[in-house]
Design a protein around this ligand. Structure first.
Ligand SMILES: Cc1cc2nc3c(=O)[nH]c(=O)nc-3n(C[C@H](O)[C@H](O)[C@H](O)COP(=O)(O)O)c2cc1C
Length: 211
């Protein structure tokens, strides 16, 4: 059975995103083993001078780390080992101020690391190491942002973030329009749930080369 890492940040007790994530968790039961990284309960590490030096020494200069540097990079490596050990990753977060909330970006900054999830060849060309992963990104937004709208930032950003670490099989379950009344919200949930159901169907299948 495959393993799925759920990375969530859901601070709203009435969260629409949570309703869609709950659909995933219900449908996925018995089909994949879920590991939950709740960013509300354990915040991802932020780089300080020591850990950033460690990252540069290891990631860009190929040096083995020791002492304070080895210690400082551990919380980052824990998150990388965790995501590297699964076949699927599901993100679930609200839209705040036209993007993913800052703590979610902090998680992304922790796992996008040269020398671990991004490798450079002799010509300096980057390639991601998580090539067999699939990703599902669940998020609600108050507005509806169609393709081409400059406020449609999350699809663009997560495509870049995940492609950088080798994940090209990326599915978005967006519940847009939650500030447009109960009917629009219900419709948004149904739309996102249908996308979630499609993802669950292939939770045990290999990643598509370029989804
Ligand atoms: C601090 C804050 C900032 C928000 N910024 C945006 C925004 O930029 N664009 C948008 O469409 N909705 C915005 N919203 C509305 C939320 O995206 C919407 O309520 C959504 O349902 C939140 O997801 P949740 O229901 O899972 O908490 C914002 C809400 C909050 C609380």
């Amino acid at each position: 059975m495959s393993k799925t890492l759920v990375v969530s940040y859901l601070p709203n007790s009435q969260s629409v995103t949570k309703k869609v994530l709950d659909r995933f968790l219900k449908e996925a039961q018995g089909k994949t083993t879920v590991i939950h990284r709740d960013l509300l309960k354990s915040a991802p590490p932020v780089f300080n001078e020591t850990s950033m030096t460690a990252y540069q020494l290891r990631g860009f200069m190929g040096q083995a780390l020791s002492g304070d540097h080895a210690e400082a990079i551990k919380p980052f490596d824990t998150l990388i080992d965790e995501i590297a050990g699964v076949q699927n990753v599901v993100f679930a977060f609200p839209t705040h101020n036209w993007s993913e909330p800052g703590v979610v970006k902090t998680y992304i900054d922790a796992i996008l690391q040269a020398g671990r999830t991004i490798m450079y060849d002799a010509q300096g060309k980057a390639s991601g190491t998580l090539k067999n992963h699939k990703a599902l990104v669940i998020f609600a937004s108050g507005g509806v942002y169609e393709e081409g709208n400059p406020r449609r930032t999350i699809q663009n950003a997560f495509t870049f973030y995940l492609n950088a670490i080798g994940i090209t099989d990326v599915t978005f379950a967006a519940a847009g329009g939650t500030l447009m009344g109960p009917e629009a919200t219900e419709k948004a949930i149904q739309t996102a749930n249908a996308i979630v159901d499609g993802f669950v169907k292939r939770v045990d299948q290999p990643a598509q080369a370029s989804a």
